[in-house]
Every structure is written in C-alpha cells, then in structure tokens.
Design a protein around this ligand. Structure first.
Ligand code: NAD
Ligand code: ZN
Ligand code: ZN
Length: 336
C-alpha cells in the first residue's frame, strides 16, 4: 500500500510503498477512501509545536474508509462498514476527563497522524472504540472534512455556549471556518466572517454569513464593536494578530475561543479590559465521539455543506503549498 510519509520536519513528504499494517487486539484495518488535509497536518509535518511527532510518521486525521480486517476482540464493528479515524485515536477511558465526557483532554490519548500513523495512506489502523461509524448516505469525501474541521468548530461553538440572536465572529474561513459559519447559523446566531482573501469572504457569504470583514482593509475589533461586540469569537486563522483583533472585538461577557495553533503562538491579553468587561479566553481541542456523531447527523439531515476539492495522494506536497498560499477554497481531500 502507498503512504505519504514525513521523514524530516519541513521537508517534502515521501510517497512510499509499505506492507499493509496488521491490526492488533482492539484495532481494525481500514481501506482509506478519502482523507482530508487539515492545517494541523502541515504543523505536524513542519514540527511547529512544542510536542513533536516521532519521525518517520504518516499524517492525516480525517481518514474515512471501509473496515477490511478486525483485530482480536473487536465485535461492534463489521467488515465492510464505513468508519472515520479522527484526531482522538484512543483515550484511556478511565481518567477523570474520560469519565466526565472530556475524553479530548485525556493525558494518555494517542493522536492519529501524530502519535501514530494517520490517513495519508491507502490503508491505516484504528482503535475500534474510537473509529467513528459514518452514517449511510454520507459521501466519504464529505465525511472526511467533518471528521476534524466539522467536529472542532461544532465543539468550539458548544463551549462558547452560543445561543440564538447572539453575534458570533468566525476569524479564518478555511477548512474549519467554512463549517463554523454554518454551525453558528444553525445555532441561530448572526455571523461575522473575517478573512484576508476575497474568495474566502465570498464563500462565507454563500454559506450564510451576515457580515463580512476583510482584515486587510478593516480592523475586525472596530467593526465588531460597531455591531455591539461579539458574544463569541472563534479564532481559526493561523495568525497571532488575528487572535488579539477578535479578542478586542468581544462585547462585555464575551468569549474568545482559541482553536488555531500558529507555531510558537502567544497573544497579549489586556488584564484591565478582561477583568472589567468580564470576558473569557477558552482553549478548545477537537470534539468527542458524541460531538462527531452529532456533526454527521446534521450533515445526513442536509443541514451542512462541505466544500472540498479532490487530489490524488501523489499531489500531497503541492496540496500543502496551496493551503499555505491560501488558494484552497475550503478543504483538500485526497482520494485514494
Ligand atoms: P486553513 O488554512 O484551511 O484556514 C485558515 C484560514 O485563515 C484561511 O482561510 C486564511 O485565509 C485565513 N487567514 C489567514 N490570515 C488571517 C487573518 N489575519 N485574519 C483572518 N483570517 C486569516 O486552516 P484550517 O485547516 O482551517 O486550520 C486552522 C487552524 O486550526 C490551524 O492552526 C490548525 O492546526 C488548527 N486546528 C485546531 C484544532 C483544534 O482542535 N484546536 C483542530 C483542527 C485544526
Ligand atoms: Zn484537524
Ligand atoms: Zn483518559
């Protein structure tokens, strides 16, 4: 089977022929049909973050495919079933976080395409308890972006406690942002979409955004404040300054949800304004299996649109360049 492998940080990925991986106890082997390119995969391949993957590794945590072999003890999945293999590859199931519905905070978790090989391959392994069944009728190429971009933004809105009539700022209309706009509309919010390209702002409008802010021309904080300030702002752009801009555009009691992970990122948070305005800064990491099931349910009900362009896996390096140049409409999906 073919896999795209990171052999050195910051170097092009190498397409390799590898033997099919063999599922251990509790695992399954998946024949990957479609696999999304999340910006996180680029951070992983560049070694951008303090905790780095061990080399060599296969990135990808939006892999969707068909279960073709069951490891020992797997009884709840069947051969031929379609599953997705998300970032949360495995969690311990016993710690306070796992037991309280916060498995995404488990300190013993293993992340797909980071702590173990991921979906940039024709075959991959998954822990059966964390392989997410994909409902019939969802195209695998649409299920792929939902598996990280979808669940992450759906969860970010949940942690912000967004309610109908609120103003929600979505900063960065990329893979994550194009779904965030739709979930915020489903929640009944008024949506302000912020980006730095005409195409992304046009896409946000097409997906229902009410207010478009071009951060090249206007200061998002001023525009948001003119509209009374955002009840919640999702920071999805890989740009530190954009975090501060939306933080300053919160209304009193508003919530900044940090989601994007720019390399070495830090922001200055003014203590006085934060205290006096009673604002919150929250970090949000992907979503649970239940969150993902809800994301698929919304899509199966026809409530969301996934915007994607397909590429062969052999185009992995050009595809990464396209994302970095901001030229991808929303998400690239590799077809295996
Ligand atoms: P992407 O490249 O598809 O989208 C980023 C968008 O930000 C692009 O549309 C770009 O034009 C826009 N942008 C760039 N500069 C901007 C600025 N100054 N203001 C507003 N918009 C700007 O990336 P993605 O796949 O959507 O991922 C975004 C980030 O989220 C990455 O850092 C990724 O690692 C992170 N991420 C986090 C989680 C999590 O669980 N916290 C999950 C998935 C991805
Ligand atoms: Zn991701
Ligand atoms: Zn745990």
């Amino acid at each position: 089977m073919k896999a795209a492998v990171v052999r050195a940080f910051g170097e092009p990925l190498v397409l390799e022929d590898r033997p099919d991986p063999q599922p251990g106890p509790g695992q399954v082997r998946v024949r990957v049909e479609a696999s999304g390119l999340c910006h996180t995969d680029i951070h992983a391949a560049h070694g951008d973050w303090p905790v780095k993957p061990s080399l060599p590794f296969v990135p990808g945590h939006e892999g969707v495919g068909i279960v073709e072999e069951l490891g020992e003890g797997v009884t709840h999945l069947s051969l031929g079933q379609r599953v997705a293999v998300p970032w949360l590859g495995k969690a311990c199931g016993r710690c306070e976080h796992c037991l309280s519905g916060w498995e995404t905070l488990c300190a013993a978790q293993i992340n797909t395409g980071y702590g173990c090989d991921g979906g940039y391959a024709q075959k991959m392994l998954a822990w059966a308890d964390f392989a997410q069944p994909v409902p019939d009728g969802i195209d695998p190429r649409e299920a792929a972006p939902l598996t990280c971009a979808g669940v992450t933004t759906y969860k970010a809105l949940k942690v912000a406690g967004v309610r109908p009539s609120q103003l929600v700022a979505v900063s960065g209309i990329g893979g994550l942002g194009h779904l965030a706009v739709q979930y915020a509309k489903i929640a009944g919010a008024t949506v302000a979409a912020i980006d730095v390209t005409d195409e992304k702002l046009a896409l946000a409008a097409e997906l229902g955004a009410d207010l478009l802010i071009d951060a090249r021309k206007d200061d998002p904080s001023q525009v948001l404040r003119r509209h009374g300030g955002a009840h919640a702002a999702l920071a999805l752009a890989v740009n530190e300054a954009s975090f501060s801009a939306v933080n300053a555009g919160l209304r009193r009691g508003g919530k900044l949800v940090m989601v994007a992970l720019p390399a070495h990122g830090t922001i200055d948070i003014p203590i006085f304004d934060t205290v006096l305005n009673g604002t919150s800064v929250i970090g949000s990491i992907v979503g649970t299996r239940q969150d993902l099931a809800e994301v698929y349910q919304l899509h199966a009900a026809g409530l969301t649109r996934v915007i994607y362009q397909t590429r062969p896996l052999a185009a992995v390096n050009e595809s990464i360049e396209e994302v970095l140049r901001g030229q991808v409409k929303a998400r690239i999906v590799f077809e295996m």
